[in-house]
Design a protein around this ligand. Sequence first.
Ligand SMILES: [Zn+2]
Ligand SMILES: [Zn+2]
Length: 361
Amino acid sequence: MPFPRVGYGYRLTAPARQLERYEFSSLEPQTDEVVVEVAGCGVCHTDVGFAYDGVPTRAPLPLTLGHEISGRVVAAGERAQAWGGRDVIVPAVIPCGDCAACRAGQPSICRRQFMPGNDGDGGFATHVRVAGRGLCPVPQDLPAGITLDLLSVVADAVTTPYEAIRRSGLGTNDVAVFVGVGGVGGFGVQIAAAFGAAVVAIDVDQSRLELASQHGASLAVNAGSQSEKDLKAAVRAFAKESGRKGIGLKIFETSGTTAGQTTAFGLLDPGGYLAVVGFTPKKVELRLSNLMALDATARGNWGCPPERYPDALALVLDGKVVLHPYVERHSLDEAPAVLEAVARHEIRKRAILVPDDMAQQ
Ligand SMILES: [Zn+2]
Ligand SMILES: [Zn+2]
Protein backbone atom coordinates (compact mmCIF):
# COMPACT_ATOMS: atom_id res chain seq x y z
CA MET A 1 0.00 0.00 0.00
CA PRO A 2 2.15 2.90 -1.20
CA PHE A 3 1.55 6.13 0.68
CA PRO A 4 2.50 9.07 -1.53
CA ARG A 5 4.71 11.55 0.26
CA VAL A 6 3.17 14.47 -1.63
CA GLY A 7 -0.47 15.33 -1.88
CA TYR A 8 -2.41 18.46 -2.67
CA GLY A 9 -5.56 20.20 -1.66
CA TYR A 10 -7.55 23.40 -1.98
CA ARG A 11 -7.68 25.71 0.99
CA LEU A 12 -9.47 28.86 2.04
CA THR A 13 -6.90 31.54 2.79
CA ALA A 14 -9.29 34.42 3.57
CA PRO A 15 -13.08 34.91 3.53
CA ALA A 16 -14.59 35.43 0.07
CA ARG A 17 -11.26 34.58 -1.61
CA GLN A 18 -11.05 31.84 -4.22
CA LEU A 19 -9.75 28.53 -2.87
CA GLU A 20 -5.98 28.17 -3.31
CA ARG A 21 -4.21 25.03 -4.44
CA TYR A 22 -1.35 23.94 -2.22
CA GLU A 23 0.82 20.89 -1.86
CA PHE A 24 1.75 19.07 1.29
CA SER A 25 4.16 16.33 2.16
CA SER A 26 4.70 13.80 4.93
CA LEU A 27 1.18 13.62 6.28
CA GLU A 28 2.08 11.45 9.26
CA PRO A 29 -0.66 10.18 11.56
CA GLN A 30 -0.34 10.67 15.32
CA THR A 31 -0.70 7.54 17.43
CA ASP A 32 -4.53 7.59 17.41
CA GLU A 33 -4.95 9.05 13.91
CA VAL A 34 -5.27 7.77 10.37
CA VAL A 35 -4.50 9.26 6.97
CA VAL A 36 -7.29 8.72 4.46
CA GLU A 37 -6.68 8.76 0.72
CA VAL A 38 -9.76 10.69 -0.36
CA ALA A 39 -12.03 8.88 -2.84
CA GLY A 40 -14.60 11.67 -2.85
CA CYS A 41 -15.59 14.73 -0.83
CA GLY A 42 -19.06 16.24 -1.05
CA VAL A 43 -19.48 20.00 -1.26
CA CYS A 44 -21.93 21.26 1.37
CA HIS A 45 -23.63 24.61 1.85
CA THR A 46 -21.78 24.81 5.14
CA ASP A 47 -18.57 25.07 3.07
CA VAL A 48 -20.20 27.95 1.17
CA GLY A 49 -21.05 29.52 4.55
CA PHE A 50 -17.38 29.40 5.58
CA ALA A 51 -16.10 30.67 2.24
CA TYR A 52 -18.63 33.32 1.32
CA ASP A 53 -21.21 34.02 4.05
CA GLY A 54 -18.97 35.14 6.88
CA VAL A 55 -19.34 31.98 8.99
CA PRO A 56 -15.99 31.59 10.79
CA THR A 57 -14.22 28.23 10.83
CA ARG A 58 -13.17 27.07 14.30
CA ALA A 59 -9.57 26.54 13.17
CA PRO A 60 -7.78 29.61 11.81
CA LEU A 61 -7.30 30.12 8.07
CA PRO A 62 -5.74 28.96 5.85
CA LEU A 63 -7.86 25.81 6.08
CA THR A 64 -8.78 23.03 3.66
CA LEU A 65 -12.60 22.81 3.61
CA GLY A 66 -14.71 19.67 3.14
CA HIS A 67 -16.40 17.46 5.73
CA GLU A 68 -18.12 14.84 3.56
CA ILE A 69 -15.33 12.37 3.04
CA SER A 70 -14.98 8.77 1.92
CA GLY A 71 -11.74 7.02 1.11
CA ARG A 72 -9.18 4.42 2.04
CA VAL A 73 -6.97 4.43 5.12
CA VAL A 74 -3.40 4.50 3.79
CA ALA A 75 -1.55 5.16 7.04
CA ALA A 76 -2.54 4.50 10.64
CA GLY A 77 -0.97 5.46 13.95
CA GLU A 78 -0.02 2.87 16.52
CA ARG A 79 -3.37 2.87 18.28
CA ALA A 80 -5.41 3.00 15.04
CA GLN A 81 -3.77 0.05 13.28
CA ALA A 82 -7.10 -1.80 12.99
CA TRP A 83 -8.14 0.70 10.30
CA GLY A 84 -5.13 0.12 8.05
CA GLY A 85 -6.13 -0.51 4.42
CA ARG A 86 -9.85 -0.22 5.09
CA ASP A 87 -12.40 1.75 3.09
CA VAL A 88 -14.24 4.20 5.32
CA ILE A 89 -16.65 7.07 5.56
CA VAL A 90 -15.31 9.82 7.83
CA PRO A 91 -18.10 11.23 10.03
CA ALA A 92 -18.67 14.97 9.56
CA VAL A 93 -18.53 15.32 13.33
CA ILE A 94 -16.10 13.12 15.27
CA PRO A 95 -16.78 13.37 19.02
CA CYS A 96 -13.98 12.87 21.57
CA GLY A 97 -15.86 9.98 23.20
CA ASP A 98 -14.61 10.94 26.64
CA CYS A 99 -16.13 14.26 27.82
CA ALA A 100 -19.26 14.86 29.92
CA ALA A 101 -21.47 15.29 26.82
CA CYS A 102 -20.09 12.14 25.18
CA ARG A 103 -20.53 10.14 28.40
CA ALA A 104 -24.07 11.48 28.73
CA GLY A 105 -24.90 10.05 25.31
CA GLN A 106 -24.94 13.41 23.52
CA PRO A 107 -21.80 13.20 21.41
CA SER A 108 -23.11 15.70 18.85
CA ILE A 109 -22.52 18.54 21.32
CA CYS A 110 -19.06 17.33 22.35
CA ARG A 111 -16.90 20.41 22.85
CA ARG A 112 -13.78 18.51 21.83
CA GLN A 113 -15.31 17.19 18.62
CA PHE A 114 -13.38 17.29 15.36
CA MET A 115 -15.12 18.37 12.19
CA PRO A 116 -12.86 18.07 9.13
CA GLY A 117 -12.78 21.33 7.20
CA ASN A 118 -13.73 23.29 10.33
CA ASP A 119 -11.57 22.17 13.27
CA GLY A 120 -8.73 21.13 10.97
CA ASP A 121 -7.95 20.45 7.33
CA GLY A 122 -10.77 18.70 5.48
CA GLY A 123 -11.40 16.66 2.37
CA PHE A 124 -10.95 19.04 -0.56
CA ALA A 125 -7.64 17.25 -0.95
CA THR A 126 -6.00 14.02 -2.05
CA HIS A 127 -5.43 13.02 1.59
CA VAL A 128 -6.78 14.00 4.97
CA ARG A 129 -5.61 13.22 8.49
CA VAL A 130 -8.38 12.44 10.99
CA ALA A 131 -8.91 10.72 14.31
CA GLY A 132 -8.90 6.93 14.05
CA ARG A 133 -12.21 6.59 15.90
CA GLY A 134 -15.84 6.73 14.82
CA LEU A 135 -14.95 5.86 11.23
CA CYS A 136 -17.68 4.00 9.38
CA PRO A 137 -16.36 0.87 7.67
CA VAL A 138 -17.40 0.37 4.05
CA PRO A 139 -17.43 -3.18 2.61
CA GLN A 140 -14.91 -3.90 -0.16
CA ASP A 141 -17.57 -5.42 -2.39
CA LEU A 142 -20.15 -2.76 -3.11
CA PRO A 143 -23.48 -3.31 -4.88
CA ALA A 144 -23.58 -2.49 -8.60
CA GLY A 145 -23.67 1.25 -9.27
CA ILE A 146 -22.30 2.23 -5.88
CA THR A 147 -18.70 3.37 -5.62
CA LEU A 148 -16.66 4.56 -2.66
CA ASP A 149 -16.53 8.17 -3.92
CA LEU A 150 -20.34 8.39 -4.12
CA LEU A 151 -20.58 7.21 -0.51
CA SER A 152 -18.89 10.45 0.62
CA VAL A 153 -22.33 12.10 0.80
CA VAL A 154 -23.34 9.62 3.49
CA ALA A 155 -21.02 11.59 5.80
CA ASP A 156 -23.46 14.48 6.06
CA ALA A 157 -26.19 14.75 3.39
CA VAL A 158 -27.54 11.28 4.28
CA THR A 159 -26.68 10.90 7.98
CA THR A 160 -27.82 14.36 9.11
CA PRO A 161 -31.44 13.92 7.90
CA TYR A 162 -31.21 10.27 9.06
CA GLU A 163 -30.48 11.43 12.62
CA ALA A 164 -33.20 14.12 12.44
CA ILE A 165 -35.70 11.47 11.33
CA ARG A 166 -34.60 9.00 13.98
CA ARG A 167 -34.89 11.62 16.73
CA SER A 168 -38.40 12.54 15.57
CA GLY A 169 -39.53 8.98 16.25
CA LEU A 170 -40.96 8.77 12.73
CA GLY A 171 -42.81 5.55 11.99
CA THR A 172 -45.50 3.94 9.86
CA ASN A 173 -48.29 5.97 11.52
CA ASP A 174 -46.76 9.27 10.49
CA VAL A 175 -46.81 11.82 7.72
CA ALA A 176 -43.39 13.33 7.04
CA VAL A 177 -43.09 16.68 5.25
CA PHE A 178 -39.80 17.79 3.69
CA VAL A 179 -39.38 21.46 2.86
CA GLY A 180 -36.58 21.58 0.29
CA VAL A 181 -35.83 18.36 -1.58
CA GLY A 182 -32.37 18.97 -3.04
CA GLY A 183 -29.53 16.73 -1.85
CA VAL A 184 -30.22 16.62 1.90
CA GLY A 185 -34.01 16.74 1.54
CA GLY A 186 -34.02 14.27 -1.35
CA PHE A 187 -32.19 11.75 0.85
CA GLY A 188 -34.50 12.63 3.75
CA VAL A 189 -37.57 11.81 1.65
CA GLN A 190 -36.14 8.39 0.85
CA ILE A 191 -35.13 7.66 4.45
CA ALA A 192 -38.59 8.67 5.74
CA ALA A 193 -40.20 6.40 3.14
CA ALA A 194 -37.88 3.59 4.25
CA PHE A 195 -39.09 4.19 7.82
CA GLY A 196 -42.62 3.56 6.50
CA ALA A 197 -44.03 7.10 6.69
CA ALA A 198 -46.23 8.78 4.08
CA VAL A 199 -44.02 11.50 2.62
CA VAL A 200 -44.74 14.99 1.27
CA ALA A 201 -42.09 16.90 -0.71
CA ILE A 202 -42.21 20.69 -0.94
CA ASP A 203 -39.87 22.75 -3.11
CA VAL A 204 -39.89 25.63 -5.56
CA ASP A 205 -38.02 23.61 -8.20
CA GLN A 206 -40.23 21.36 -10.34
CA SER A 207 -37.41 19.01 -11.39
CA ARG A 208 -36.52 18.34 -7.77
CA LEU A 209 -40.17 17.62 -7.01
CA GLU A 210 -40.37 15.15 -9.89
CA LEU A 211 -37.27 13.37 -8.64
CA ALA A 212 -38.70 13.23 -5.11
CA SER A 213 -41.92 11.73 -6.51
CA GLN A 214 -39.89 8.98 -8.17
CA HIS A 215 -37.98 8.29 -4.97
CA GLY A 216 -40.25 8.17 -1.94
CA ALA A 217 -42.65 11.14 -1.97
CA SER A 218 -46.38 10.42 -2.35
CA LEU A 219 -47.26 14.11 -2.70
CA ALA A 220 -45.09 16.80 -4.30
CA VAL A 221 -46.09 20.43 -3.88
CA ASN A 222 -44.57 23.45 -5.61
CA ALA A 223 -44.42 26.19 -2.97
CA GLY A 224 -43.61 28.77 -5.63
CA SER A 225 -46.93 28.46 -7.40
CA GLN A 226 -49.40 28.72 -4.50
CA SER A 227 -50.15 30.66 -1.35
CA GLU A 228 -49.07 29.44 2.06
CA LYS A 229 -52.71 28.86 2.91
CA ASP A 230 -53.26 26.60 -0.11
CA LEU A 231 -50.02 24.78 0.64
CA LYS A 232 -51.20 24.08 4.18
CA ALA A 233 -54.58 22.90 2.91
CA ALA A 234 -52.93 20.53 0.40
CA VAL A 235 -50.72 18.99 3.11
CA ARG A 236 -53.62 18.63 5.57
CA ALA A 237 -55.82 17.01 2.92
CA PHE A 238 -53.05 14.56 2.05
CA ALA A 239 -52.49 13.72 5.73
CA LYS A 240 -56.19 12.97 6.14
CA GLU A 241 -56.38 10.84 2.99
CA SER A 242 -53.21 8.93 3.92
CA GLY A 243 -55.09 7.33 6.82
CA ARG A 244 -52.02 7.65 9.04
CA LYS A 245 -53.16 7.96 12.63
CA GLY A 246 -50.06 9.60 14.11
CA ILE A 247 -50.76 12.87 15.97
CA GLY A 248 -49.10 15.91 14.42
CA LEU A 249 -47.10 16.28 11.23
CA LYS A 250 -43.39 15.57 11.32
CA ILE A 251 -41.86 18.44 9.35
CA PHE A 252 -38.24 18.51 8.21
CA GLU A 253 -36.73 21.83 7.10
CA THR A 254 -34.07 20.73 4.65
CA SER A 255 -33.79 23.78 2.40
CA GLY A 256 -31.58 25.90 4.64
CA THR A 257 -33.36 29.02 3.38
CA THR A 258 -35.37 31.65 5.25
CA ALA A 259 -38.36 31.05 2.94
CA GLY A 260 -38.20 27.31 3.67
CA GLN A 261 -37.88 27.86 7.43
CA THR A 262 -40.91 30.17 7.39
CA THR A 263 -42.94 27.67 5.37
CA ALA A 264 -41.93 24.75 7.60
CA PHE A 265 -42.81 26.60 10.81
CA GLY A 266 -46.16 27.64 9.30
CA LEU A 267 -47.07 24.00 8.65
CA LEU A 268 -46.94 23.05 12.35
CA ASP A 269 -50.22 21.61 13.58
CA PRO A 270 -51.35 20.50 17.09
CA GLY A 271 -48.72 18.11 18.44
CA GLY A 272 -46.56 18.78 15.40
CA TYR A 273 -42.78 18.34 15.25
CA LEU A 274 -40.33 20.51 13.36
CA ALA A 275 -36.77 19.34 12.71
CA VAL A 276 -34.37 22.05 11.60
CA VAL A 277 -31.89 20.25 9.34
CA GLY A 278 -30.80 22.90 6.82
CA PHE A 279 -28.49 25.76 7.73
CA THR A 280 -28.65 29.44 6.92
CA PRO A 281 -26.93 32.24 8.83
CA LYS A 282 -29.91 34.49 8.04
CA LYS A 283 -32.70 35.29 10.49
CA VAL A 284 -36.44 34.69 10.16
CA GLU A 285 -39.38 36.31 11.91
CA LEU A 286 -41.69 33.73 13.52
CA ARG A 287 -44.45 33.71 16.10
CA LEU A 288 -42.60 31.40 18.45
CA SER A 289 -45.63 31.18 20.74
CA ASN A 290 -47.19 28.87 18.14
CA LEU A 291 -45.06 26.14 19.72
CA MET A 292 -46.86 26.75 23.01
CA ALA A 293 -50.31 27.15 21.50
CA LEU A 294 -49.93 23.98 19.40
CA ASP A 295 -48.07 21.98 22.04
CA ALA A 296 -45.55 21.52 19.26
CA THR A 297 -41.83 20.70 19.26
CA ALA A 298 -38.95 22.21 17.31
CA ARG A 299 -35.56 20.56 17.39
CA GLY A 300 -32.22 20.67 15.65
CA ASN A 301 -29.35 18.20 15.34
CA TRP A 302 -25.70 18.89 14.77
CA GLY A 303 -24.75 16.03 12.48
CA CYS A 304 -25.19 12.41 13.49
CA PRO A 305 -23.35 10.32 16.11
CA PRO A 306 -20.78 8.06 14.41
CA GLU A 307 -22.33 4.89 15.87
CA ARG A 308 -25.43 5.47 13.73
CA TYR A 309 -23.53 5.72 10.44
CA PRO A 310 -23.61 1.97 9.72
CA ASP A 311 -27.44 1.94 9.88
CA ALA A 312 -27.66 4.92 7.53
CA LEU A 313 -25.10 3.35 5.18
CA ALA A 314 -27.11 0.11 5.18
CA LEU A 315 -30.11 1.99 3.72
CA VAL A 316 -27.88 3.01 0.80
CA LEU A 317 -26.31 -0.42 0.31
CA ASP A 318 -29.78 -2.04 0.45
CA GLY A 319 -31.01 0.29 -2.31
CA LYS A 320 -33.57 2.02 -0.08
CA VAL A 321 -31.76 5.32 -0.51
CA VAL A 322 -30.41 5.93 -4.01
CA LEU A 323 -27.56 8.41 -4.43
CA HIS A 324 -27.02 8.58 -8.20
CA PRO A 325 -29.79 10.99 -9.24
CA TYR A 326 -28.80 13.44 -6.52
CA VAL A 327 -25.05 13.72 -7.00
CA GLU A 328 -22.54 14.71 -9.68
CA ARG A 329 -18.82 14.14 -9.79
CA HIS A 330 -16.23 16.84 -10.45
CA SER A 331 -12.45 16.66 -10.52
CA LEU A 332 -10.80 17.89 -7.33
CA ASP A 333 -8.92 20.32 -9.59
CA GLU A 334 -12.21 22.12 -10.20
CA ALA A 335 -12.71 22.74 -6.45
CA PRO A 336 -12.54 26.56 -6.58
CA ALA A 337 -15.00 26.81 -9.49
CA VAL A 338 -17.32 24.15 -8.06
CA LEU A 339 -17.55 25.88 -4.68
CA GLU A 340 -18.36 29.18 -6.40
CA ALA A 341 -20.99 27.49 -8.55
CA VAL A 342 -22.58 25.87 -5.49
CA ALA A 343 -22.61 29.29 -3.80
CA ARG A 344 -24.40 30.76 -6.83
CA HIS A 345 -26.87 27.82 -6.80
CA GLU A 346 -25.74 26.87 -10.30
CA ILE A 347 -25.13 23.23 -9.38
CA ARG A 348 -28.46 21.57 -8.71
CA LYS A 349 -27.07 18.30 -7.39
CA ARG A 350 -24.71 17.44 -4.57
CA ALA A 351 -21.24 18.00 -6.03
CA ILE A 352 -18.56 15.44 -5.17
CA LEU A 353 -14.90 16.36 -5.65
CA VAL A 354 -12.87 13.39 -6.85
CA PRO A 355 -9.05 13.43 -6.98
CA ASP A 356 -7.97 12.63 -10.56
CA ASP A 357 -5.96 9.53 -9.84
CA MET A 358 -9.06 8.09 -8.19
CA ALA A 359 -11.36 9.23 -11.03
CA GLN A 360 -9.23 7.30 -13.54
CA GLN A 361 -9.45 4.04 -11.65
ZN1 LIG B 1 -22.38 19.76 5.64
ZN1 LIG C 1 -16.67 14.53 23.86
